[in-house]
Design a protein around this ligand. Sequence first.
Ligand code: HPA
Ligand code: ZN
Length: 338
Amino acid sequence: MVSEAFIRGLPKAEIHLHIEGTLEPEMMFEFAARNGVDLPFDSVADVRAAYEFDDLQSFLDIYYRGADVLQTEQDFYDLMWAYLERANQDGVRRAEIFFDPQTHTQRDIGFPVFMDGFLRAIADAEAEWGISAALILCFLRHLSGEAAVATWEQAADYHDAVVAVGLDSSEVGNPPELFAEAYALARAAGARSVAHAGEEGLPEYITGALDALGAERIDHGVTCEDDHALVERLVEEGIPLTICPLSNLKLGVFERLQDHNLKRLLNRGVKVTINSDDPSYFGGYIGDNYVAVAEALTLDQWDLVRLARNSIEATFLGPAVKERLITELETYVASLDQ
Ligand code: HPA
Ligand code: ZN
């Protein structure tokens, strides 16, 4: 077994992380108190006890209610700052972070409130720890394609402040094709493109995300294994999968971590990465995800280095910065091999 310290120290990127999913129960109480919001929970322990999910939808129902406590620019700043501080401790050198604008605009909280909070925290964290971060604007797929287009238009002042657009929320019954127009607009404006697909949905949703949305990475994507031709395509085109093992476990995508297909996909040459998704809800940050999978699937040192390397290669950083981070990874591994 590779040591936990080695795994946590690996220089890595996190590219599947919902900032609203980093709201720890303690923070939820703090924000609720300062904003005068009533919570349906009496204590932090009560909140944690409520985090038992049967599937994606049962999680989303609680997750969107939790986000109600986020109201001021300072709330969004504090949330982002806390995540980046925690990620830095897990060796994260680059984070590409989802946010759900519609969860906030629906509550009459405008783009400047959350964007200015996020961007200020990112700048401060970069100055403090040298961690690099970028934002991915996600469209909620339980809402319409027209609502996604309207959201992209509402975000006009911040188009240059997002590196990519993404697609999240309830997958089954909400296929990617419905969001083709929003993605076309975003891509024409220079945004890169990712999408959640194949978390609970059929492999067709993955193909749809690639073809209709031009997705450059697939978030989750674990159901691809049911379609051999699709797996071949992912390998050939070098499409990264941003896999979130503890999330998959908590939402019943795999019953046991030992059943997870991450290692099989890695062995078949898919560009697999490990991420935390919604760490405060799923019981672990990125380092915890790496450690849990290493143990459950008996990953060796080279698997783990491959996963860290994949994560850096899968970012939207330019080639020179990627190269610098990969050199940092190689130096780290070499120094421990002595
Ligand atoms: N899937 C879909 N939507 C989400 C997720 C997820 O894993 N996390 C937050 N929103
Ligand atoms: Zn996700």
